[in-house]
Design a binder for this molecule. Structure first.
Ligand code: F6R
Length: 251
């Protein structure tokens, strides 16, 4: 359980937007402002449904001359083992079509996991990419219904660098919403929670009533073996962005 002072500290770092549109506006502004102030830095962005409108807003901000999205480098957060660019719902497909291509990010400014390659070699290559750019400095994350961040599932290895993970039942069940079908995904590759924790700025966003129970568990200080996102709670650069529905009882 979280004591009252820790809860107050977390409240101070929590932003509750009235709705999803307003939430995405706020997260896009925070991300864009950070990029403007940190050219040459490495940014790690989640795929998934929640941040997609943020990426559209970032592209719009670039078109309006407010940010140069190619002024930073990118590391993909995770990927489903066995899926590639041609698979609807792969992280590569979602992020290429939703962000990298419309934003015009050159290939030498981004590295994402290749879900069709050997997962262990992919982890090494990602770790090398991250190391060569001085580590991840900013990350935008979503939270799974099981409390995961990236594919740091409950009980996933707590280690440096990227990890190959057995996906838990919740993640496999939820995966159908991305693919438009039930695919036999069993493993994922992911930047580890430890590597994410080295970032100076960590934005975690959640939207919708279905996320309210896991947000409540997170905010009550659930153990990290049950809610991996709870690893972020002590991070001084954490900002939790919620919409009204995900915030539940948070005022
Ligand atoms: C996606 C990812 C996942 C999602 C999480 C929430 O790259 O790493 O951790 O952020 O599962 O997914 P959505 O946003 O679809 O609810």
């Amino acid at each position: 359980m979280m004591d009252r002072s820790a809860r107050a500290a977390l409240d101070a770092r929590t932003v509750v937007a009235p709705d999803y549109d307003a939430l995405c506006d706020k997260v896009a502004a925070a991300t864009s402002d950070w990029i403007v102030r940190h050219p040459g830095s490495l940014v790690c962005l989640a795929a998934g449904d929640t941040p997609l409108p943020v990426y559209h807003r970032l592209v719009a901000r670039q078109q309006a001359g407010k940010v140069d999205l190619s002024s930073v480098f990118y590391a993909g957060l995770d990927e489903w083992v066995g899926l590639g660019r041609a698979d609807r719902g792969s992280c590569l497909q979602v992020m290429s079509d939703g962000f990298y291509v419309p934003a015009g990010i050159p290939l030498d400014r981004r590295r994402v996991f290749d879900g069709l390659a050997d997962p262990v070699a992919e982890c090494r290559a990602m770790d090398q990419w991250i190391r060569a750019r001085g580590g991840i400095r900013f990350t935008l994350l979503g939270i799974g219904l099981n409390g995961h961040i990236g594919f740091n599932e409950p009980g996933a290895p707590d280690q440096d660098g990227s990890i190959v993970v057995d996906l838990d039942d919740t993640t496999r069940a939820v995966s159908a919403k991305y693919f438009g079908a039930t695919l036999p995904v069993r493993q994922g590759v992911s930047v580890s929670a430890r590597s994410l924790l080295r970032a100076e700025t960590v934005l975690l966003m959640a939207s919708g009533a279905k996320k309210a129970p896991i947000v409540e568990r997170l905010r009550s200080g659930a153990p990290v073996r049950e809610v991996p996102a709870a690893r972020l709670l002590d991070h001084p650069g954490l900002r939790l962005f919620l919409d009204r529905d995900a915030a539940g009882s948070v005022s």
